[in-house]
Design a protein around this ligand. Structure first.
Ligand code: ADP
Ligand code: ASP
Ligand code: MG
Length: 457
């Protein structure tokens, strides 16, 4: 079997869903499980709707919900034809009536908990999976809807729930495998799940890729296909640098680093299940399906180019911590990291000197509290609106003088911190957030103007 995951833009409207259906049909012999995201922008809109309700603005919440209702009706009407749409009409009405009831409740209380937010946001994937199942059937596929909440079992950390792998393996074998064996095409939603007690959860923004990989590992897929709106993983974000080249093949470790440091095309956790079962992942373009995309495998061939790609993650805060006594006392670093641990906050880049430590964290609502806790043990200054830029490539291990080349390429862009990860396949540095596009364009020009044709297009 194979897994085929279609992202938001690949199911955004009638034409996109029809394209997705023909792509699935071409692979029907390989027993596809289809995983879909919410239609493009729907997750953001549902979050805005939930927020409006949470602030007591019932009118706005219901207005936003009405727009979503209309969009889902319109797409279904175009896809399904008169007879099938008539049946499906009441399915959609029922879903949106329940959503509106929930929004009225949230607005009446004027409080949005993470648990209710997950419930509201889950409508995106619940609806898109229902629409795709119905549309695929109309287009002649023997599709079967699988409720993701019965398979994607997670812990209870709302908004960022952790999947329970053994439970998912077991449920996928019980619920999805028999459908595949019967020759059906199971269709399910990514991103959403539920606790063992049936409380709805979500696994983090962009998480449908991760869902697809978890289901793929559970069912021992031959390949996990991630269908999106670009030709694969590229040497950098094409929205910043249109000259970006397609990477033909890349290693699991390299792809994971890139995803973690901002290459949005793949959720950072996607490769974990793939590594566990050594399943290749292929990133493909649903608007250009004949392109081979990017193959992500355990061991990628060696590239003559120094780097495979450049990524950047904005919204980074640098925290400078100076020990109040001149020398770092024994146990100081432990105390320092305990603070981050207590706030469940991960530190990306660390630089130390004899008297100070600088770390970077993703900016969040808890940053002021973290700083307050650190002030109990040291002098602290922090600076928001930074970005981490990351260059990734297996060849970094064997090359000297890379930092000098990077500084040369960056010219007058000020580097605030630099670090070479222990994995030795990435170099990261921190700059002002606003300089990211320029930094990426300069680095791309310097390192990718003559790409290795074996690895890049
Ligand atoms: P989907 O909705 O299909 O999951 P996403 O929007 O999450 O799609 O991811 C695709 C987008 O990722 C692309 O449109 C592109 O702008 C962005 N992106 C960022 N870095 C990269 C990269 N290195 N290679 C390809 N795309 C990238
Ligand atoms: N719909 C979810 C999001 O927008 C999950 C995904 O698309 O992967 O974050
Ligand atoms: Mg995505």
């Amino acid at each position: 079997m194979i897994v085929m995951k279609f992202g938001g833009t690949s199911v955004m409207d009638c034409a996109a869903i029809q394209r997705a259906c023909s792509i699935v049909r071409e692979r029907i012999d390989r027993k596809p499980l289809v995983v879909v995201s919410a239609m493009a922008k729907v997750t953001d809109q549902l979050l805005a709707t939930a927020k409006a309700a949470g602030s007591g603005d019932r009118g706005k919440a219901l207005e936003l919900s009405r727009a979503l209702r209309e969009r889902h009706h319109e797409t279904s009407r175009q896809l399904l034809g008169a007879v099938e749409y008539e049946r499906f009409h009441s399915v959609l009405e029922q879903e949106f009536d329940t959503l509106d009831e929930l929004l009225r409740g949230i607005a009446a209380v004027g409080e949005l908990t993470p648990r209710t937010s997950d419930y509201v946001v889950s409508y995106g994937e619940r609806l898109s999976s229902k629409i795709c199942t119905a549309a695929f059937a109309v287009m002649g596929l023997n599709s079967a809807l699988v409720d993701a909440r019965e398979v994607m079992i997670t812990d209870g950390q709302h908004g960022k729930a952790v999947p329970l792998v053994d439970e998912i393996d077991c449920r996928a074998q019980k619920i999805i495998a028999p459908l595949l064996a019967e020759g059906r095409v199971p269709v399910t939603g990514g991103f959403i799940g539920a606790t063992k007690d049936g409380v709805q959860t979500t696994i983090g923004r962009g998480g449908s890729d991760y869902s697809a990989a978890l289901f793929g590992a559970a069912l021992n897929a031959e390949v996990i296909e991630i269908w999106t709106d670009v030709d694969g993983m590229l040497t950098t974000d094409p929205k910043i640098c249109p000259e970006a080249h397609r990477i033909k093949v890349i290693g699991f470790e390299e792809a994971a680093e890139l995803a973690y440091f901002g290459a949005k095309v793949l959720h950072p956790a996607t490769v974990l299940p793939a590594v566990r079962k050594n399943i290749p992942v292929r990133v493909l373009n649903s608007r250009n399906p004949s392109n081979e995309g990017t193959l992500i495998v355990a061991r990628a061939p060696h590239s003559k180019s120094l780097f495979k790609a450049i990524a950047a993650k904005k919204g980074i805060t640098i925290i400078d911590v100076c020990a109040t006594r001149m020398l770092m006392t024994h146990g100081f670093l432990r105390q320092l990291f305990e603070v981050f641990d207590r706030h469940r906050c991960s530190v990306d880049v660390v630089a130390t000197s004899e008297v100070s430590v600088s770390v970077t964290v993703e900016s969040s609502q808890s940053t002021p509290q973290i700083v307050a806790d650190l002030e109990q043990i040291a002098d602290v200054h922090y600076k928001e609106r930074n970005a981490i830029v990351c260059l990734v490539g297996e060849s970094i291990r064997e090359t000297a003088g890379i930092a000098a080349q990077i500084f040369t390429a960056l010219g007058n862009i000020n580097v605030r911190m630099i670090s070479q990860g222990a994995s030795e396949i990435n170099i990261t540095f921190v700059i002002d957030e606003e300089q990211v596009p320029e930094a990426i364009r300069r680095l791309h020009k310097h390192f990718f103007s003559a790409p290795d044709a074996n690895i890049f297009d």
